[in-house]
Design a binder for this molecule. Structure first.
Ligand code: IMP
Ligand code: MG
Length: 186
């Protein structure tokens, strides 16, 4: 990838950013489509987006603005990876919701689904709190990593099995501000 293809980047990549998987324009178009789809599916109900910090925060902020109509947002923080690039398989709730989801139409917002362990844990955790409905939305799904019957209601993009950064996704808290999704090669 040449520097010109990253001309809208907030900083020049430092040599450890590899192949571009999703451009800024592709992300913005897809987020608009997802927002329209969610608004249509909500059918007059007010959805409560539950964004998983920190990775989904950029996606959730854009998605929320792509939903024409009333929508609310709350946040949870979980730790599953630490600063490593592979899943530990251990999900710990670091910050819980501010308000009850009883009777709410909840949409869980993730940045990326790899093994699916984080989302599966959160679905299980929130389903026990009696929401009216509970759906899942992820900007990215890593191809072929989840159990065959694993279903996500709203998917932005499927990506190949490389560790990626940008648009909220980090490695050791860096690169979240890249406006595109690219492989991390460092
Ligand atoms: P899972 O539990 O294996 O599905 O992993 C999902 C979580 O791991 C996401 O919420 C991300 O925080 C993190 N993660 C997985 N793959 C990547 C990646 O390629 N880049 C950055 N974070 C990732
Ligand atoms: Mg992360």
């Amino acid at each position: 990838m040449t520097n010109s293809t990253r001309s809208n980047s907030v900083f020049p990549a430092e040599g450890d950013i590899g192949e571009m998987y999703v451009t800024e324009e592709q992300i913005q178009n897809r987020v608009r489509e997802l927002g329209a789809q969610i608004a249509a599916d909500c059918d007059g109900q007010v959805p409560l987006l539950v964004a998983i910090l920190k990775g989904s925060v950029i996606f959730a902020a854009d998605l929320m603005r792509a939903i024409a109509g009333p929508v609310e947002i709350d946040f949870m923080a979980v730790s599953s990876y630490g600063d490593a690039t592979e899943s530990s398989g251990v999900v710990k709730i670091v910050k819980d919701l501010d308000s009850s989801i009883l009777g709410r139409d909840v949409i869980l917002i993730e940045d990326i689904i790899d093994s699916g362990l984080t989302m599966a844990y959160l679905v299980d955790h929130l389903a026990g709190q009696q929401p009216a409905s509970l759906k899942t939305c992820s900007l990215l799904v890593r191809e072929g990593q989840q159990a065959p019957d694993y279903k996500v209601d709203y998917v932005g993009f499927e990506i190949p099995p490389a560790f990626v950064v940008g648009y909220g996704l980090d490695v050791a808290q860096r690169y979240r501000n890249l406006p595109y999704i690219a492989a991390y090669t460092g």
